[in-house]
Design a protein around this ligand. Sequence first.
Ligand SMILES: [Fe+2]
Length: 266
Amino acid sequence: MTDAASLPDLAPLRAWFASYCESFRSPDADLQRNFDLKELHTRNVCAAALLIAQGGDGRRQMLAEVAALCHDLGRFPQFRDFRTFKDSESLNHAHLSAQILQQSDLLDFLPKHERDSVLFAVRLHNAFEVPAGLAPQTEELLRVLRDADKLDIWRIFMEYFHAPAGERASGAGLGFPDLPACSPDVLAAVGAQKMVQLSTMKSLNDFKLLQLSWVYDINFPGTLRLIRERGVLEQLAATLPREEEVLEVVARVREYLERRLDGCPM
Ligand SMILES: [Fe+2]
């Protein structure tokens, strides 16, 4: 265990993040709602990353918070300049987050190998898969960040559906059309326990199925427990059409979750 006294104080970085958010403040209500969404999201991802990384080395938790705090910096200029959170229609927000970090001295309080791990985790947090060949510390950090990010994106998405239309942050639904059906190929992929690519989405329902498929990409037992405790699958399922094929796919994802919680190999 790392001696807590030897850990860097993150208060300056947290304060910098608050001022960074403040620097985007806008009188445009929709713009500000989307900035607020990302500020709250970042704070929640920090909390989730700390939960997931707890019980280990204190440094591991500290790095998890640093990576979480910085992972979506690019979301602010992305939404300001393009009015979307859809990377394919704007830019790769994770690359932009890493670029903002690299062009600053924000991470100078960390030794170089830890700085590089944080930069890597931030840059790759939205990649379809965790790439092979990463240094163990970097891979661990990336996996913590990806789990924490998903946990809060699920929350955002549920709140989006429960909010009155006029109060929704416009970016949260990624602009997908709210069509009644699910695409058969997306249903088949999720039913076959495959992750779904964002580029194949045709509707909001497909996007909900994609979010169900994220359960297959979860790394830590603690995250799986939080998914169950928070009723993520049930809440997502409640927003989907109540058709037999859809219910079957949801059941498949639930079986997967329960098997992993029981510690069975996949
Ligand atoms: Fe995020």
